[in-house]
Design a protein around this ligand. Structure first.
Ligand code: CU
Length: 187
């Protein structure tokens, strides 16, 4: 879920973002966003674009009918990392953007499984924008991501990427969630 973190540095990255977004047409953004989940989900999902201005709202590229929302690559960061999320995840992302505690009503499910996709981020700090000695900066492979209402159920799961299997990202923060890699965690 490291892509969410980048929203918080829109102020810094905005010139880069605007430039990069201009390089993808609306149709290309929709096609990229739809790669993030199986077609059975993304075909009827709403397609939203990242805010074009600091503090702005996501913009609808295409209305949906199945409760899922897909977003294209966030262009201000390295890699191609589109995502498709359910309502719980969308609510969680909005909470992150406003730095408020998320209300997780039920398990939330998100897909970032586009083949060959992935991005870099901190495994400990949701708001980190670059590598630091203590923030476990690294590669997040294509994955499914899970939110749980009760953080106690995360106890006992790995909290680092090292095992190559599922792990808890941003453990011990309000934004903890389970990462389930669908490709090798090595790059
Ligand atoms: Cu993710």
């Amino acid at each position: 879920m490291s892509r969410i973190a980048v929203l918080f540095v829109m102020a810094v990255l905005l010139p880069t973002v605007v430039k990069a977004q201009a390089q993808m047409t609306k149709e290309q953004k929709i096609a990229d966003a739809m790669k993030a989940a199986p077609a059975s989900i993304s075909a009827a999902a709403a397609i939203m674009d990242w805010p074009a201005t600091e503090g702005g709202q996501m913009m609808t590229l295409r209305a949906g009918t199945n409760g899922w929302t897909c977003l294209p690559d966030f262009p201000g960061t390295q890699g191609d990392d589109p995502m498709c999320v359910d309502e719980v995840w969308l609510s969680f992302m909005k909470a992150m953007m406003s730095k408020t505690p998320p209300q997780i009503a039920r398990e939330g499910i998100g897909y970032m499984i586009a083949s060959g996709s992935g991005g870099y981020g901190s495994n400990t700090d949701p708001y980190a924008t670059k590598a630091a000695p203590d923030n476990e900066w690294g590669y997040d492979p294509p994955h499914v991501m899970l939110l749980v209402p009760d953080p106690k159920v995360l106890q006992g799961l790995p909290t680092t990427r090292q095992s190559g299997g599922p792990w808890v990202m941003w453990s011990a923060t309000p934004y903890a969630h389970i990462m389930v890699p669908t490709e090798s965690t090595k790059k």
